[in-house]
Design a protein around this ligand. Structure first.
Ligand code: NAD
Length: 428
């Protein structure tokens, strides 16, 4: 996957007149680490393989860490993490956030482990990262991703706090983001990725003079997918009608609109789509069927490789906004391009999460450190995110029109332009 992404960037860089040497810089990650993590789980001591990919940090001044989520999912591999870390480098560039790109993960299915097990694994992982001098506000700052959440980040943060009493650390509070608000987290981080996507989508529709009354099909019902559905209950976003939702076990489709409020209430008690009563929320469908529904906007918000060469020619959605990173493969993107289906890539559409994390990291480094002023911090996160997401939309659109290229190419070309400028300043 990583190699395929680099080849795609090579093509876009050529079209944009960006020197080949910059792509060579991106083709080799700054560092890849495989670390043995030993943790006591129910069936005794067990080894896990923690993988970390630090991709590229285009910023020259110090104190600019690598940023990217920690993932717990059976599909974690170094190749995937390198591709996701590259996405982070580009995403931060598009949003003008002074972070390098990174990603970490362990190939495990969280559903196979108890909460106590997951805590033990996370704490051991944090200790190994600390021992390897990786987990630090100025080096690598993890946040939540697939299979991890604010609770995971709290466990990790707790370990950092314990270590910071024994070894000198400059900013232990800023070493982890996506923490619970009551533990030095940031209001507005939890739903930032979903809110950012909807801000960008609304701006896109307004700019294109399209109606805001659009039907949405959302694949995945975790941090991104559930919050997307939930935010459509707010008056500002109520023109969006959610007609299909899913999790790993399947989904529901109701062309008249899924009753999102009632569904979320029920899902909190029974968080498995396949175990929820059928018919009440719509027809039960598979994830494959959800992707092929005749909707206005399809939002894959689960995992990578969902729209591939096998189904890209059958997509009936009018547009796709990528909530999940790499949900659309490179060959599938080509097919969508030939079919004129506009597609906003994840590096643009889901940048709200890292934007909120950037604010959390900055506030944690500032003089207030532990103090969270809920109202003012929430205002800061929401307003910063709004201006950044709107800027990404406008910049992407302007380049797309000027160069007569796809939105996908436009977003990547802008990110590459930014990275190449920064690297030039850094290396001369
Ligand atoms: P999550 O673990 O909270 O939720 C993932 C959802 O996807 C779950 O509902 C799960 O059931 C579903 N799922 C898993 N495998 C599936 C499959 N094979 N088919 C269909 N559904 C499946 O994860 P999340 O944090 O919501 O992240 C989702 C995507 O968004 C990922 O690609 C992630 O990298 C990206 N993303 C997340 C954030 C964030 O702030 N959490 C930020 C930017 C991008």
């Amino acid at each position: 996957m990583f190699g395929e992404k680099i080849e795609q960037l090579r093509r876009y860089a050529k079209n944009a007149g960006i020197a080949e040497s910059f792509i060579e810089e991106l083709a080799v990650p700054k560092g890849v680490h495989e670390i043995k993590v030993r943790a006591r789980v129910q069936d005794g001591q067990k080894n896990f393989r923690l993988m970390v990919a630090l991709h590229c940090n285009p910023h020259s001044t110090g104190a600019r860490p690598y940023k990217g989520g920690l993932r717990y999912h059976p599909g974690v591999s170094m190749d995937l993490l390198k591709a996701l870390a590259l996405d982070m480098t580009e995403k931060c560039a598009l949003a003008d956030l002074h972070f390098g790109g990174a990603k970490s993960g362990i190939a495990l299915n969280p559903a196979d482990y108890s909460e106590a097990d997951l805590r033990a694994i996370t704490e051991s992982a944090a200790e190994e990262l600390l021992r390897n001098n990786l987990l630090d506000a100025d080096i690598y700052v993890p946040g939540p991703d697939v299979g991890t959440n604010a609770q995971t980040m709290y466990w990790m943060y707790n370990k950092v706090s314990q270590w910071s009493t024994k070894i000198p650390m400059r900013n232990p509070i800023a070493a982890v983001t996506g923490k619970p608000v009551e533990y030095d987290g940031c209001p507005g981080r939890e739903d930032a990725t979903a809110r950012g996507l909807l801000i960008l989508l609304k701006d896109f529709l307004k700019r294109a003079a399209m109606s805001e009354s659009q039907t949405l099909a959302i694949q995945g019902f975790g941090n991104v997918g559930m919050n997307l559905a939930k935010i459509t209950l707010e008056p500002e976003y109520s023109n969006f009608k959610v007609v299909a939702i899913s999790d790993v076990g399947g989904g529901f489709y109701n062309p008249k609109g899924v009753n999102v409020a009632k569904f979320i209430e029920r899902y909190r008690v029974q968080p498995r789509f396949d175990l929820l009563s059928r018919g009440e929320f719509g027809d039960f469908i598979s994830n494959e069927e959800l992707l092929l529904l005749p909707v206005d906007i399809l939002i894959p918000a689960a995992i990578e490789n969902q729209i591939t060469e096998a189904n890209a020619d059958k997509i009936k959605a009018q547009m796709i906004f990528e909530g999940a990173n790499e949900a659309i493969t490179v060959p599938a993107a080509e097919i969508l391009g030939q079919r004129n289906i506009p597609y906003m890539p994840g590096i643009a559409a889901n940048a709200g999460g890292v934007t909120a994390s950037y604010i959390e990291w900055s506030l944690n480094r500032g003089p207030r450190r532990h103090v969270v002023d809920f109202e003012s911090d929430l205002k800061l996160v929401r307003s910063t995110m709004k201006s950044i997401m709107i800027k990404i939309d406008r910049d992407t659109y302007t380049y797309h029109v000027e160069k007569q290229c796809s939105l996908l190419e436009s977003a990547h070309a802008l990110a590459l332009r930014y990275i190449s400028r920064r690297l030039k300043e850094k290396h001369g």
